[in-house]
Design a protein. Structure first.
Length: 268
């Protein structure tokens, strides 16, 4: 096999995927392949596995198989989805690409986080992984890597009611560069008091501003300009702590802080 060659295997169920993972070394699982610039030498596609393309809506959450196409999710509409997830999918590439790009491929990219990562992180989504012997679960917040020998089988997204939902994509349109990143901001209030608040940012790295979120819980609205300035400063500290050992374009930090300020201004 030359460097330019690749072998692509096709599975029709999870059992076949597990068999190939066990018997073929260095095998990579792929979906729609819309974000792969060069195919791995050995890959197995999930495109023909029905159980990885399911959508199941429950009262408090909705579950997607990782092979679900983004266009199929978008077709459910805002009545059945969190608005921030709809906004993120609409920002993803073109309608043609969304017809073949999968939710699993969007959140499991090796080198950076794509458009859905920040919204799913903010929504407290969780991931289900299966191996031949067990099923495990992890939150997006704690997710680091796929457990060895396991396959992502479900993405569970809570269906909370959010009073404020802000999503923004940074960087050039329809391109992934070092300036690409994604911002998510969610707020739930009750009688002018913040009951729930989530702030997520994803690009080269992903993080939730949990210290700031906790500080704002129970706060009475509206915020004044001094409070906003203090919280923006706290957000800057969180950003710097996350990226202290990483190189990044300085514009990303400024854009993140601009978005934080704008989001807090919606609470005045």
């Amino acid at each position: 096999m030359s460097d330019n060659d690749c072998n692509v295997f096709y599975a029709r169920n999870l059992t076949e995927i597990f068999y190939h993972l066990k018997t073929i070394s260095a095998l990579k699982i792929v979906g729609g392949c819309t974000s792969i610039q060069k195919m791995p030498q050995k890959a197995i596609s999930t495109i023909y596995v029905p159980e990885l393309k399911t959508i199941n809506k429950h009262e408090r959450y909705i579950e997607f198989g990782p092979g679900t196409f983004l266009s199929n999710i978008l077709a459910l509409g805002e009545r059945n989805l969190p608005k921030i997830l709809v906004d993120a999918i609409k920002s993803t590439a073109t309608p043609f690409i969304r017809n073949i790009a999968t939710i699993g491929g969007n959140i499991l990219h090796d080198n950076c986080q794509y458009s859905l990562y920040a919204p799913l992180l903010a929504l407290d989504s969780s991931l289900e992984f299966k191996s031949p012997s067990e099923t495990t679960y992890t939150s997006m917040l704690n997710f680091k890597q796929i457990p060895e020998g396991s396959v992502l089988t479900k993405i569970r997204v809570p269906l909370n009611d959010w009073d404020i939902s802000i999503y923004s994509r940074l960087g050039p349109e329809h391109q992934i560069t070092e300036n690409t990143a994604h911002f998510a901001f969610l707020v739930e209030t009750d009688k002018s008091i913040i009951n729930n608040l989530k702030i997520a940012f994803a690009g080269k790295l992903a993080f939730r501003a949990q210290e700031l979120e906790n500080r704002l819980l129970g706060l009475r609205l509206p915020l004044n300009s001094k409070e906003i300035a203090n919280y923006v400063n706290d957000a800057a500290i969180q950003f710097d702590k996350t990226y202290e050992n990483e190189s990044y374009p300085p514009v990303l930090r400024q854009q993140f802080l601009n978005l934080i300020r704008y989001s807090f201004e919606q609470l005045t």
